[in-house]
Design a protein around this ligand. Structure first.
Ligand code: AMP
Length: 541
């Protein structure tokens, strides 16, 4: 027997409608390229997002057509986040940090029909424009008002709307958004989000035990809106009617700290690199910024325990989360259960440094060579997940079937453990694992330990071929400005924490660590660079 409730579709336009009607006075602030601030309110955002939807319809947008964005985090990108899906289109956020060849590949694969681009990013688009088939390009004037010939002004496009927009009858399983994975190997793969998945993900992200985003918050998505929908934070913030303070292109620690102070930011989300830089700025000049008590969602790479502790000393609370483009992305969040509140401070920090518990409606399991492994906190295997906002396939890429199991789980490619309480801990990417003498070594644990040393700004550990052990770990370390430490001291620092065979055979000081477009360590490049380091079988420090 069915229940007798209404079967209302879960669509993003409902979130826009509610925000526009109930929270018209709430502010949306955006830092512009010239560092000045653009300010308006939800009432303006609501009107303009609907204008965009209407203008797109008038331009002939068909259901499911892809509209690409090449934009920083600001008000106009938020208008695209809601205006495009509300018109029945698909918001395709293009990663501006990628190589132009990859951007061209992605835009062609997605068959983007229209593009909205920041004026400051036009030079990037110019590098691909002859290789892609975009019909019309709308330029957002963030600096001067002028746009070059061949392009249209976004403002003129909006002005073409008469204000009589009516939402199409959207179905919840229709596509609303699209992101390509920024994998470190292979071609980018398209993930196509449905309205339903984005609405459910927003509801789950707002929960008190996950990211706890509420109307009372002032929210800064530091993570780019072109990367996994800025972890869905813009959707969630609009769903609850929270103030938004966008950083635009200014992501250096002092600019962000100024923004947090001036806009009284209470919630922000970003990758560890951002917070590692910020803690250094705070420690150097502890009285410069008067911040609100903040929660910071950290993911994308592991949040080192030392970072969590350091921010606690400033009354700023890191909430560690794990996810992927394929999981929309929030899938696990580390919060201390009420039944574990009695644990010591150290034990609680160890839990907070894990990637956490699956959020409601997401299931996780660890699979080894012999099938599912026990939740003992020790046995490593591949992390597999499933749930209503986990990709069930990639866009137009039949050969990617290997990413899914026969029984309907997504293979994350991450190696992890789950402890008896259900806390998941990432130990590596499958391809980043170090296998020494047949045993696995977790590069992430070694990196986090090294980054806990007061002289170390950043550390990456990776596998280098070794004649005797097949692979041995090598660490590259960037020191904090003005700090000094010897290899011997770092080794002594690691020794009590790890089995002897886990210790890196070499620790090399470098000026910087190569990164992917998403700010993650580019281990493939490091492996290549240091390929012959142990070729003669010597342990070279
Ligand atoms: P992306 O799809 O670009 O967001 O990358 C997803 C990948 O980032 C995951 O498969 C993990 O390898 C990594 N990742 C995300 N969050 C975390 C985290 N909290 N700790 C460690 N790795 C993470």
């Amino acid at each position: 027997m069915n229940g007798t409730m209404m079967n209302s579709p879960l669509v993003l336009s409902s979130l826009l409608e509610r925000a526009g009607t109930l929270y018209g006075g709430v502010e949306i602030v955006s830092r512009l390229p010239d560092r000045s601030f653009h300010r308006y309110r939800y009432a303006d955002f609501y009107r303009r997002a609907r204008q965009l939807a209407e203008a797109l319809q008038k331009a002939g947008l068909q259901r499911g057509d892809r509209v690409a964005t090449l934009m920083w985090n600001h008000y106009a990108h938020l208008e695209a986040y809601f205006g495009i899906p509300s018109a029945g289109g698909v918001l395709h956020t293009v990663n501006l940090r990628l190589h132009p060849d990859d951007i061209a590949y992605i835009m062609n694969h997605a068959e983007d029909r229209f593009l909205i681009v920041d004026d400051v990013l036009l030079p990037l688009y110019e590098q691909v424009k002859d290789r892609v088939g975009v019909e019309r390009v709308f330029v957002v004037s963030l600096t001067s008002g002028e746009v070059p010939a061949g392009y249209e002004k976004y403002e003129d496009f909006l002005a073409a709307a008469a204000g009589d927009f009516r939402y199409p009858e959207l179905e919840e399983n229709e596509a609303a958004g699209m992101c390509y994975t920024s994998g470190t190997t292979g071609k980018p793969k398209g993930v196509l989000y449905s309205h339903r998945s984005l609405v459910l993900h927003s509801l789950a992200s707002a929960l008190a035990d996950t990211l706890a985003i509420s109307q009372q918050d002032s929210v800064t998505p530091v993570v780019p809106m072109f990367h996994a929908n800025a972890w869905g934070v813009p959707f969630t913030a609009v769903m609850v009617g929270a103030k938004l303070a966008f950083p635009g292109p200014h992501l250096d620690p002092p600019s962000l700290l100024d923004l947090f102070e001036e806009e009284k930011v209470t919630f922000a989300a970003g990758v560890p690199t951002i917070w590692l830089g910020m803690i250094q700025a705070l420690e150097k000049d502890p009285d410069r910024w008067k911040l609100q008590p903040m929660r910071m969602a950290v993911g994308g790479s592991a949040a080192p325990e030392g970072l969590i502790r350091a921010f606690d000393r400033f009354g700023l609370r890191i909430v560690h989360a794990w996810g992927m483009t394929e999981t929309t992305p929030i899938a696990t969040v580390s919060r201390i259960k009420s039944t574990l509140a009695h644990l010591s401070g150290d034990e609680q920090y160890a839990i907070r440094a894990k990637q956490g518990l699956p959020v409601p409606l997401i299931e996780a399991r660890i699979v080894g060579d012999q099938g599912e492994v026990p939740w003992d906190g020790k046995t490593m295997g591949e992390l597999q997940v499933r749930g209503p906002w986990v990709a069930g396939g990639y866009y137009n890429l039949p050969e990617s079937r290997d990413s899914f199991t026969e029984d309907g789980w997504f293979r994350t490619g991450d190696v992890a453990t789950i402890d008896p309480e259900g806390y998941m801990k990432i130990t590596d990417r499958t391809k980043d694992l170090i296998k020494s003498g047949g045993e696995w070594i977790s590069s992430v644990d070694l990196e986090n330990a090294l980054m806990g040393h007061p002289a170390v700004a950043e550390a990456a550990v990776f596998a280098v071929p070794h004649p005797k052990w097949q692979e041995r770990p090598l660490a590259v370390v960037v020191l904090k400005a003005g700090a000094q430490v010897t290899v011997g001291e770092l080794r002594a620092f690691l020794e009590p924490r790890f089995a002897k065979w886990w210790l890196p055979d070499a620790i090399v000081f470098v000026d910087e660590i190569p990164r992917t477009s998403a700010g993650k360590f580019l281990k493939a490049k490091l492996r290549e660079q240091f390929r012959d380091w142990f070729a003669d079988g010597e342990h070279r420090a």
